[in-house]
Write a protein that binds this ligand. Structure first.
Ligand code: TRP
Length: 331
């Protein structure tokens, strides 16, 4: 089984990214052939700084390695190193409905918030994402809950391609974790923890110092009750229960039983210590890896060669089926 996922190089990675996506990549290496891509081309769809983009790609590479991706057991590469992604994007545009792209939540949100140019790239973002996955004929795509609509679209694109041009592409399945797919902001627990738009206090960054982590958890917003239980009117406490469940690898009910009658203060302290302990090894390894940029580039270079060998085959098949360019083999 082949597993593919992409990750944005922009921004500092936070606990939500780690629990929702990165953690699943690391598990994916053991379940199948993992291919993981740092999507620098996607990062160009909103205003950005070219030099900062290069830096962010290396930050993200070091973060993924620190989290446990092993370049000997998976393929880790930079999207912009494999030109087949852009070519396949154009080819797939032929079987992508304009109306579907118009309906994408992420496009609607980002274009509404955009004060500068709303680029055509932002509109085509989901097609590039489809190309990312379909180029590898991946079966499974581990992502956070916010990517559900993009995965549905890439399935539709693959199905439409196969119907129109003959069986060529694999229709991928998403894999959204049952717990930890939607970690909420600690200060505004009705909204997702995110790099853009959340408060500094409400966001736990993967590289936060342990003391800062404990402090942020201690001041996490909760309701006026005192029972550690999940409930629709207790988004803050429900979120913290979920965070602890993921870290301990147990279900939320067990967390509720363990902290029955304990009260919010000690519970928040326990979650803070657990999160700090959970992120500490990641932060240490990151510190060791990030300084050696030549080594990080070497990992990406090797990954891009492995990736390109697969993507090249798919794009050649797609061109052949679509009648683009000369025939693949002479008759
Ligand atoms: N859009 C995804 C996100 O913001 C990143 C991404 C790009 C991706 N290409 C992908 C995820 C392919 C899964 C598969 O998180």
């Amino acid at each position: 089984m082949r597993i593919f996922s992409g990750i944005q190089p922009t921004g500092r990675k936070h606990l939500g990214n780690y629990m929702g996506a990165i953690r699943q990549y690391v598990e994916g290496q053991d379940r199948g052939e993992g291919i993981f891509c740092i999507v620098d081309l996607h990062a160009t769809t909103v205003p950005y700084n070219p030099a900062a983009l290069r830096t962010s790609v290396l930050d993200t590479t070091a973060m993924l390695l620190a989290a446990g991706l092993d370049p000997d057991r998976c393929v880790l590469f930079r999207q912009g190193d494999v030109p087949e992604h852009t070519e396949l994007t154009w080819l797939l545009c032929a079987v992508t409905a304009h109306g579907d792209l118009n309906r994408m939540h992420q496009f609607k949100d980002k274009s509404a918030r955009q004060r500068e140019l709303v680029s055509a790239g932002l509109f085509l973002y989901p097609v590039l994402q489809a190309a990312d996955v379909l180029a590898y004929r991946a079966h499974e795509v581990p992502v956070g809950a916010d990517q559900r609509q993009h995965i549905e679209l890439m399935r539709d694109i693959a199905i439409r391609f196969n119907e129109r041009f003959g069986e060529t592409l694999v229709v991928p399945e998403h894999r959204i974790p049952e717990v930890g797919a939607r970690i909420m902001d600690l200060q505004e627990p009705e909204r997702k923890m995110s790099t853009s738009g959340s408060s500094e206090q409400g966001t736990i960054y993967a590289l936060d110092e342990p003391r800062a982590v404990v402090k942020k958890l201690r001041s996490a917003v909760t309701d006026s009750g005192r029972d550690v239980v999940r409930a629709p009117d207790k988004p803050g406490i429900s979120n913290l229960i979920e965070v602890l469940a993921v870290i301990r690898g147990i279900d939320s009910g067990e967390v509720e039983r363990e902290f029955d009658g304990v009260g919010y203060g000690p519970f928040k302290q326990a979650v803070g210590e657990a999160v700090a302990g959970y992120l500490a090894p990641l932060r240490e390894r990151y510190g060791e890896l990030r300084g050696d940029e030549a080594a990080l580039e070497a990992v990406l270079a090797r990954g891009s060669q492995q990736a390109a060998a697969i993507a090249r085959e798919t794009v050649a098949d797609v061109r052949e089926r679509m009648g683009v360019g000369p025939p693949r083999r002479s008759p």
